[in-house]
Ligand binder design. Sequence first.
Ligand SMILES: [Zn+2]
Length: 344
Amino acid sequence: MPVPTTSRHRLSRRQNSEEIEDARRTQARRPADDVSDDDQPAPRVKKEKKGKKRAAANDDDDDAPDGGAPVEEEDEDDDDRIDVDNFPDQPLSRADLHKLKGIAQDWESMANQIGQQYSIYRDVAIAMAEAGEPDITSSADLQSLDRDMKEFIDVCAEMRVHAKSLDLLHQRIAQEEAVVEPEAIYESGVQTLMDEYAGKTSRQKYLKDPRYSEFQSSIWEVHHPEDPMPPLTEFIPREDGDDSDDEDDLEIGGVTQNYNCPISLTTLVNPVTSRVCNHSFSKASIDGYFVNRTRPLKCPASGCNKTFRHDDCLPDSALEKKVIKHLRHVATAASQDSDGEVVD
Ligand SMILES: [Zn+2]
């Protein structure tokens, strides 16, 4: 049986303070468990260890190379935390439910935070299209970017899989009271959900993802600023497992880009976009909508049933560029109509 030594303490130096605490408690307790090797009563050992650590902490301040940590953490030996390294199969009970929920939420918010960064792919796509790359079908560079964009969506999906597996574990503990092998259940949940995702077709993975749709429409709009984009199904070939006439699919794409604010019903000015539902508004309109309100409100875009807060609306410079381009195009078309030549 391995006997914990100070090397364990040293290892834990870079871990967070909670883990360090746990490691210490183990050290303090271990000799009491190993009665066969050592007959010393636990309280004395504990005291001894504490004494040593105090000395170490005093010697070298907070950054003692042997892992000495602030002294004030010493007095929390009473609550029973699970020592992950030594009790991997410690059952989880209802008392742990809120922790699981917290970790699941961490995965979700990480997926949300990172998921926002899709705009990098969109902006690069726009820049490449503006530099002359025609479309994904005929540009190897755009194809490569398209693969990266899809991989990015896959990574976000994987983060959500972790959250979902924790949710499933959460439900199970809520029903069964104590689950003996939570780690194994969590891992197998992740595996099952990842297999499920891997089994999906490209259309099932990306067709309804607003980020992918925006990625595609951004490229389209560079070359066809006034024409509606064809349905996204034209850009994602049908695979085995896709319905040939899925009506849901036909609703995606094919919508004329609308540059009006849903509140003012006039062309967007200083557009901001809700990160919850991707609807965009003129800044002044949405500021007015949320005036004196900090709680979430229903999205003012018609047909949208999402709610969000004022600070979920972020400035959208990519959209602003499109609006400016659109206005320029309208002006150009108008001047062409009036005197027959292009004014830019
Ligand atoms: Zn909305």
